[in-house]
Structure formats: C-alpha cells, structure tokens
Design a protein around this ligand. Structure first.
Ligand code: UDP
Ligand code: MG
Length: 314
C-alpha cells in the first residue's frame, strides 16, 4: 500500500479543516474501492491562526491518530513556510500540497495518481491550472501581467493560473528539499527543479467557507518578491538605464561646451535644468531602490534563520 501525504496549510481556517477532511476521505474511499491501494497521511500546518483552527486539528488527530498529523507554528510564517515544513515532514510515496478551502478539488487526486502511479510514467509532478477563474477584472488583469513579467524576466517558466495544488513523487520532493533558501517562491522553485510536469485543467471553484486572506496589496508585494527571488533582470535594468543616462549626459555636455565656445553661453533654461536634475535624482533613487531590494534579500539569506518555528507537532 502506498502512502499519499497531503500537505495542507491553514491560516484561520476553523470552518474548513473538518470539511476538508471528510471530503478528501471520500476520495480515498473511492480510490480504495476495489483494493486497499492508498493510505492518506494528512499533514495540516497551522500557520499561526488566531481562531480555533488548532483545536480542530487536535480533535481530528485524536480521532484519527494514524492518518491525521499537524504542525503548529509559533506565529504566522506564511504559506511558503508552511509548504517547506510540510515537505520536510512528509513521509509519503507521493506528496500533494493543497489548500484547505476545497478550491483545490480533492477528486483531482484520482486523476493525478492515475498519471503518476504507474510503472512507465514519464512524469514526476502533476500540476493544476485553473481554466476560468472567477475573480474581479482588476485582480485578473494584475495576475495576468504578473505571469507575463516573471516569465520574461526569470529563467524559469511559470504557467499562467497554475495553482499551488500539485502531486509529486518522492524523488521530486527530495530534489525540492535540496533548495534550502530562505526566500522561497514555491511556484518558481517547483519549476526550477525541472522534471516532467503534466498539467491538468479544471474549472475554478469558489471557497467552501471562510474568506481569502490575501489583499491586492499583499499579492502585489508577493509578486515583487517572486520576481526578485528568481531574476536579476531588475538589476541589469538599473545598469542599462544608468549607462543610457550617462551616454545622454555626455552628448549634452559636448553640446553645451561647443555652444559656449562658438556662440557664447546663455543663462536661459533654469526651469529645464531643474527638471533634468530632478529627473536624474529620481532615476538614481529608483535604481538604488532596486539594488537595495537585492541587498535586503542577501541580508535575510545570510542570517540563516529557520523558515519557521514549530510550537506543537503531532
Ligand atoms: N494560508 C496560510 N498562511 C497564510 C495565508 C494563507 O497557510 O498566511 C493558507 C490558507 O489557509 C489556505 C491557502 O493558504 O489553505 C490559500 O489561501 P487562500 O484561500 O486565502 O488564498 P486564495 O485561494 O484566495 O489564493
Ligand atoms: Mg483559496
């Protein structure tokens, strides 16, 4: 019998944890209908929830000590850290990461296992792409732009609307675990690791209960982090803009000197001079900001802090 580890990050998910368990359990009943083939290993990660998520997990663990496990962080460390904790604690032959709100339909596991769990399978990961995502037009536009930008800038390819939901083989997860960087953008990491990925398409579903914990501003910040984590193009951009401006100012200098030599100087043009100074000041600060962002990342990385701190584990 093969073990399927399910890594489920939860942040303020009191109403959904139990529902997730019962729904997924039904899928396993279906999988094991003819013969006992798969054993689930639930790994709930409590990411510093402020509601009673943890006690729901404790109850579930008490009722099903063999299959339900949980890890509770000492505070909110973010979904990426929850993934990292889950991956390093999962013992399954196959490992899935999925949201607890049932937006990642557990039924898909049947199809995913069908692709991965066969002798001659050429795939090591099955990912999921949401077909029609019901979200407001601004969010949709921003998310489409993000994928365009990151695919242009980074050397990894990230499919648009790919969910975090995926089923992976042990071999693949071991490879992911070798990347122990502090700044983690898992979609990028998953793609960077390589192997053959099969993508399944499915219709997006609304949350089962509770509400999303991401604001547009947080998503924007997350996108910036992702780009900086996976690309040095912004740094090169700073160099290119800098060199271009340098070239331009040399031309201007020549022009001014020649004019002064042959036609005499002039005091007119105060306004244009100030705007040029302001403009260059702006460009410099902007480029400094980009450089600063990378230095910040190096700073965090060089401290070698743990990605999460576990308060309770069962
Ligand atoms: N989540 C988490 N830590 C956080 C934010 C979210 O573990 O700081 C979990 C959350 O409980 C859920 C999953 O990440 O299981 C996806 O979150 P959500 O449904 O809010 O995001 P969306 O589906 O809207 O992208
Ligand atoms: Mg969700």
């Amino acid at each position: 019998m093969k073990t399927i580890s399910l890594i489920v990050p939860c942040f303020n998910e009191e109403p959904t944890v139990e529902l997730f368990y019962t729904t997924t359990q039904k899928v396993f009943d279906k999988l094991n209908e003819q013969e006992e083939r798969y054993k689930p290993e639930y790994l709930f990660i409590n990411d510093g929830s402020r509601d009673n998520t943890l006690s729901v997990m404790r109850d579930l663990n008490q009722k099903h000590p063999d299959t339900v496990h949980y890890i509770s962080f000492s505070r909110n460390f973010g979904k990426e850290s929850a993934f990292a904790a889950g991956l390093s604690n999962a013992s399954g032959d196959f490992i899935a990461v999925m949201d607890v709100d049932l937006q990642d339909p557990p039924e898909l596991l049947i199809q995913m296992l069908d692709i991965l769990d066969r002798e001659d399978s050429e795939y090591d990961v099955v990912g999921c792409v949401q077909k029609s995502r019901k979200q407001n037009p601004i969010r949709a536009f921003l998310s489409a732009s993000f994928y365009k930008v990151i695919n242009k800038m980074a050397k990894v390819e990230i499919k648009q609307n790919v969910r975090d939901y995926r089923l992976m083989t042990r071999k693949y997860v071991d490879a992911v675990l070798e990347l122990n960087e502090y700044n983690r953008f898992s979609k990028g990491i998953f793609s960077w690791v390589g192997f053959n990925t099969k993508y399944l398409e499915y219709e997006g579903v609304p949350r089962a209960a509770g509400e999303t914990s991401w604001s547009i501003f947080q998503l924007f910040e997350y996108s910036l982090e992702a780009i900086v984590d996976f690309s040095d193009v912004p740094l090169r951009f700073a160099t290119i803009v800098g060199s271009f401006m340098c070239f331009l100012s040399i031309l201007a200098l020549i022009f001014v000197v020649v004019r002064a030599l042959f036609f005499g100087g002039s005091v007119a043009g105060w306004a244009s001079l100030v705007s040029i100074i302001l403009f260059f000041g702006g460009v410099q600060l902007f480029c400094l900001g980009i450089v600063g962002k990378y230095i910040g990342k190096i700073y965090l990385e060089s401290k070698h802090r743990p990605q999460f701190i576990i308060q309770e584990k069962r």
